[in-house]
Design a protein around this ligand. Structure first.
Ligand SMILES: Cc1cc2nc3c(=O)[nH]c(=O)nc-3n(C[C@H](O)[C@H](O)[C@H](O)COP(=O)(O)OP(=O)(O)OC[C@H]3O[C@@H](n4cnc5c(N)ncnc54)[C@H](O)[C@@H]3O)c2cc1C
Length: 474
């Protein structure tokens, strides 16, 4: 009789706990060692809290911009100023943290039900087949493993001259301790995290200055999408400082302009609070990885192949600690793939081409597949159409003025290879395009499927229809 496979997972975020569920389903004996709580940063400090905060911010924007639709706030007939709508940030953050904790508890119960052993504590490798767990209660446990999965995630990058103090100079993990809305929030960093928080706090009612070292926000995203977003940001009153690198952030007091951000051109920006969003560092130090034969790249990320194998036999890695694509959905898939591969189940190597991602700003920006940058650089061949939402009937009814649908298709065959949606709830609308990219369907097939009238998804079908002749002419 063959022995049960013993798997030890270090880190209980999406990379770790999703792998644990698959491994338990396939009959392995699974132990997860986790430091901060199941769900990891994704559930406790990053994804879940930020999107819960953003849910409140969305209601604020919708309310503030509802005048165009004939909404009057206050008693019938009264014409109250829009700025009467306010937010109780203490209450919002209470809800955010309670929801995150409840989600983590749900995951803990699920793993217990599936027979996974969870050890709260700090794990490190002692060679490729042994994990030492320093448990939260002070004990130490040494776990022998047939295979190890490293899924330890990442943490916010800290600049030496801009050290967070948890009160006025904050990382994205610390903002949920605020019980009052920052009067003036300076956000350093205009990548996805910086843009999402800048968007949310503007909607919540803070004055926001976004410091961007690049010539536009969201340098990694579709350029047209970033331009739409930057225009909306400015229209809503946000100050966007482009080509401005922050060199230091210092505390200047306890009230009013309590922080001073210095820029590389000599200017300074004063604010009540500063949020640092300048990237992430993998949690790979002190884990005994290199000693176990696990190769790290120059940024400290674990090198993995498309089935999550590291350079050490029997050691797999998943999620942010690999830096492959820092998304919860990708972490979870890397973890599952590792277990399917290890335990001999059917598995396809990770393909990033069909990963859809979303920036939860207002409007949202969702993308999948090949991008315009890929086409323009000659990396792939595609024809493109872009339809502004201003022509969409549903968008007009809803007072949606900003956004577009962009589709990319292969010349000749007409296969859909990518798309961008900039719209409210773009995260939901992108699914049709993601399905098209994944299933390699053609623009005609996409165009011929019925959409609801009126609907914003009608623009996805219309874009596909417009590509019908272009794919042949290209
Ligand atoms: C502000 C923000 C918002 C985000 N929003 C989204 C979003 O909307 N959608 C999305 O898909 N992605 C989002 N992400 C990215 C997403 O959070 C990460 O990609 C995801 O958390 C990666 O999962 P993971 O399992 O690799 O690591 P994590 O979620 O970081 O989990 C790692 C776990 O390992 C534990 N750990 C670390 N070291 C040890 C050790 N030595 N021993 C034991 N345990 C250890 C940690 O305590 C943690 O519990 C966001 C990121 C940020 C910063």
């Amino acid at each position: 009789m063959s022995r049960v496979t013993r798997i030890v997972i270090v880190g209980g975020g999406p990379g770790g706990y999703e792998a644990a569920l698959v491994a338990a389903q396939l009959g392995a004996e699974v132990t997860v060692v986790d430091r901060d709580g199941l769900g990891g940063s994704a559930v406790l400090t990053d994804c879940v809290p930020s999107k819960t905060l953003i849910a409140t911010a969305e209601v604020m924007t919708d309310t503030a911009e509802s005048g165009e639709l004939g909404v009057r706030l206050g008693a019938a007939g009264a014409d109250l100023p829009q700025d009467r709508v306010g937010v109780d940030l203490g209450k919002v953050n209470e809800r955010v943290t309670a929801l995150a904790r409840a989600q983590s508890d749900d995951i803990t119960s699920r793993l217990a039900r599936e027979g996974v052993t969870v050890l709260p504590g700090l794990g490190r490798l002692d060679g490729p087949t042994k994990v030492v767990a320093e448990l939260a209660d002070g004990r130490q446990e040494v776990l022998d493993a047939d295979a190890v999965l490293v899924a330890t995630g990442a943490h916010p990058r800290v600049l030496p001259d801009a050290r967070p103090d948890g009160e006025r100079i904050l990382t994205w993990e610390q903002v949920y301790a605020l019980d009052h809305l920052p009067e003036h929030l300076v956000v350093v960093g205009s990548g996805v995290t910086g843009a999402e928080f800048a968007s949310a706090y503007t909607s919540l009612g803070s004055k926001v200055t976004l410091v961007s070292s690049r010539d536009r926000v969201l340098p990694g995203e579709d350029q047209d999408a970033a331009t739409v977003l930057e225009d909306v940001f400015r229209r809503r009153g946000m100050t966007v400082l482009s080509k401005s690198r922050a060199t230091s952030v210092r505390r200047a007091g306890d009230s009013g302009a309590a922080v001073v951000v210095s820029l590389d051109d000599g200017r300074t920006v004063e604010g009540s609070h500063c949020l640092m969003a300048v990237g992430s560092v993998p949690n790979t130090e002190g884990l005994g990885l290199e000693q176990a034969g696990v190769r790290l790249d120059e940024g400290g990320f674990v090198e993995v192949d498309r089935v999550s194998r590291t350079s050490a036999t029997g050691v797999y890695a998943a999620g942010d600690c690999t830096g492959v694509l820092m998304l919860a959905s990708v972490a979870a898939m890397q973890g599952r793939i590792a277990m399917w591969h290890l335990l001999g189940d059917a598995v396809s190597p990770l393909s990033l081409r069909s990963v859809s991602s979303n920036v939860f700003t207002d409007p949202e920006i969702a993308t999948v597949g090949w991008s315009q940058r890929d086409v323009e650089s000659g990396e792939t061949d595609a024809v493109m159409v872009k339809l502004p939402l201003a022509t969409n009937a549903r968008a007009k009814m809803q007072g949606v003025h900003d956004g577009f649908v962009k589709l990319f298709a292969r010349p000749g065959s007409g296969t859909v290879v990518g798309g961008v949606v900039v719209a409210p709830r773009a995260s939901e609308l992108i699914h049709a395009v993601a399905l098209a990219v994944d299933a390699r369907i053609t623009v005609d097939q996409l165009a011929h499927s019925f959409t609801i009238y009126p609907s914003i998804s009608g623009s996805v079908a219309e874009a596909a229809r417009q590509l019908h002749t272009r794919v042949w002419r290209a």
